[in-house]
Design a protein around this ligand. Structure first.
Ligand SMILES: [Zn+2]
Length: 95
């Protein structure tokens, strides 16, 4: 392959669709194929996407719901973190 620009795998679109759209698309694809830590077994791996928002861990074989193009979203992470923090403060108020 000769001249692909800095857009990486988005170079397949050539000059079509506009540069900002292609960059956005590449960002999504980068996340989709990136490795994530399994929220169930902790293994850092690339998940298999069964369907939109449904992911399977190749290590533990468990299936969970996540983002459409990535195993879990920033919003999902925030909920998990705040949930742990809430449980901690609850524990302190009891003791
Ligand atoms: Zn797992």
């Amino acid at each position: 392959m000769g001249r692909t620009k800095v857009v990486g795998i988005a170079g397949r679109f050539g000059a079509r669709y506009g540069s900002s759209l292609r960059k956005k698309w590449k960002e999504v694809m980068d996340r989709r194929y990136a490795e994530y830590e399994c929220p169930l077994c902790g293994t850092k791996t690339s998940f298999r996407r069964i369907s939109v928002g449904v992911w399977a861990c190749p290590k533990c074989g468990r299936v969970f719901a996540g983002g459409a193009y990535q195993p879990y979203t920033e919003i999902g992470k925030t909920i998990v973190v705040s949930g742990i923090a809430g449980a901690g403060s609850q524990k302190r108020s009891i003791s």
